[in-house]
Design a protein around this ligand. Structure first.
Ligand SMILES: *Cc1c(COP(=O)(O)O)cnc(C)c1O
Length: 234
């Protein structure tokens, strides 16, 4: 079984190839290692291989890992999971990025609770790009109003958009959802010129996402292998 360093290298090669195919510099694309359910020692292995950006979904589990790895002080921590409004404080205190903001209440609390001695928290709006009933995210039609409100908050910086499109192995369908995300970002940029982030693409669709302008790809399984949820507490 290949170890984490080999899998990280092969994911980076996939990113490089997809960027080249799209005529983009690979340096525009950040590899976010999605480490939910993985033990701290695996994150340490990834760190030793040069990985610096880690994405976590479950608050309690992530706080334990951030604490366990606190001596690795150049890690950038990204919160990418659903957020309950009574759990915003530890997120505001311990993370550098939050990709899963989909309502103003959460954004307000994150801004209020961001400690003064830290740089503003980087935020992406999570977009329910396929309008799925069961999925988190703000609907595309509501993105402009939400972005306008969030932009007024002092301790967070709106950086861009995040999506988890409907799962499909059809490359055309993958490209279609990511193209709509890229268009939505373009539509927001006249009123929000500093938006520079499209967080999209996972293990199964990173090539399509990069072809449509992804700047952060969120990769779990291709780096760490299949997940075991049996010990997960949310
Ligand atoms: C788990 C997760 C990922 C990673 O998915 P893989 O298919 O394992 O690469 C990416 N983004 C979010 C929001 C996730 O919850």
């Amino acid at each position: 079984m290949p170890c984490i360093i080999d899998k990280l290298n092969s994911v980076q090669q996939q990113i490089d190839a997809a960027a080249a195919a799209a005529g983009r510099p690979a340096s525009e694309i950040t590899l976010l290692a999605v480490s939910k359910t993985r033990p701290a020692n695996e994150l340490r292995d990834a760190y030793a291989a040069g990985q610096r950006h880690f994405g976590e979904n479950y608050l309690q589990e992530s706080l334990e890992k951030i604490e366990a790895l606190s001596e690795l002080n150049d890690i950038t921590w990204h919160f990418i999971g659903p957020i309950q409004s009574n759990k915003t404080r530890p997120i505001a205190e311990h993370f550098h990025w939050v990709h899963s903001v989909d309502r103003i209440k959460i954004a307000r609390r994150l801004s209020e609770q961001r400690p003064d001695n830290l740089a503003p928290l980087n935020i992406c709006l999570q977009i329910n790009i396929d309008g799925e009933e069961s999925k988190a995210g703000c609907l595309p039609d509501d993105a402009q109003a939400l972005a306008d409100e969030i932009a007024t908050l002092p301790n967070i910086t709106l950086r861009g958009l995040m999506a988890i499109p409907q799962a499909t192995s059809d490359p055309e369908q993958q490209a279609n959802a990511f193209r709509r995300m890229q268009q939505l970002l373009t539509d927001l940029q006249p009123s929000h010129p500093d938006l520079d982030t499209l967080s999209m693409g996972m293990s199964g669709d990173m090539e399509a996402a990069i072809a449509q302008g992804a700047t952060i790809v969120r990769i779990g399984t291709a780096i760490f292998g299949p997940r075991d949820y049996s010990n997960t507490q949310k």
